[in-house]
Design a protein around this ligand. Sequence first.
Ligand code: SAH
Ligand code: SF4
Length: 387
Amino acid sequence: MTAIVPILRDALTLPRKPRAEGPRDLVGLTREEMRDALVAAGTPENLARMRVGQIWQWIYHKGARDFDAMSNLSRDYRAQLAGTFAISRPEVVARQVSADGTRKYLLRIDGGSEVEAVYIPETDRGTLCISSQVGCTLTCSFCHTGTQRLVRNLTAGEIVGQILAARDDLAEWGKAPTDKRLISNIVLMGMGEPLYNFEAVRDAMRITMDNEGLSLSRRRITLSTSGVVPEIARVGSEIGCLLAISFHATTDAVRDQLVPINRKWNIAALLDACRAYPRLSNSERITFEYVMLKGINDSDADARRLVKLIAGIPAKINLIPFNPWPGAPYERSDPERIEAFATIVNRAGYASPVRTPRGEDIMAACGQLKSASERARRARAEARPGA
Ligand code: SAH
Ligand code: SF4
């Protein structure tokens, strides 16, 4: 008896961002798009490329939020830009700081939807986890985001805007490229399936990697996918960042239940795409994420199957103790079980760090993200059955 699960609500039918009224936002435009927009607004063609570089540096190096600050542009030109364009950010609606220093931002984007981004400080790095969609069309059974009904793709500006908003909050502007960064790493592991919004994610990451953009190395960006196999090669060729795979099971029967996209592209197809990923080496390994669910996928036999399946792929296995959420149908594996699983993986030659849940007290941990408005909507619906 297999229920017909809405595995793939067609990404193409997602509501688009409502057409913005007013000035066009420059945040998130590719170099070419911004060049064309500047020319259309009267910038001489022979100067447009240089102007893009100048404006990018103001927006992405210095955090400028209006054109007045752009002191290397003439007063007249600044006024002309201000009349045509905007430099905007998602609005920070709420900011929570966990006892462990993790910061969770609830951000409101055009049209009133909300997404979350999470900043995780560690001793050797600071990672910002960003979202690629409002909600997610996929329905992984252990993931809170997957239960959210409202879904729309974020624009490139809204994706890069999450980084700008976090930098505002951390007062991280105007640093030299060699200075230590508070936000040194980006992970696309927030809400949404990044490979169902490929172009916007790609454009946002190109701005993130560009020297006149946010100047982060491609090796400091990790994109996590649940396994949209046909798009994986493009991550390598069009972005070039590191890849993480939400693997979570070692048989198709179990993965079909946990990660329903597996019914479309199974474990063998997924691993073929991983083997073909460019530049794989010991310094550029694929991260296999594996959520530890008590009694479901955490046996010694699972651990042994896992290392057999990924044999030959430069990889590390990130074991994620399940983060519970209200009504979740699973429990977290016991620490001893996680330890035993990790030991088997480790003995087979793979690093197997156990991801310490961060920001649990503020529901900021993996898979717990869900917009406050959506929580409120459900709470209301549950309080009034049939409403
Ligand atoms: N949609 C993408 C990226 C976002 S999910 C993907 O699925 O890869 C980021 C990671 O958190 C994924 O590995 C996901 O499987 C994991 N995750 C989701 N819910 C979780 C939960 N409740 N506990 C622990 N990890 C979870
Ligand atoms: Fe979507 Fe990833 Fe959650 Fe699955 S784990 S429902 S793909 S966000």
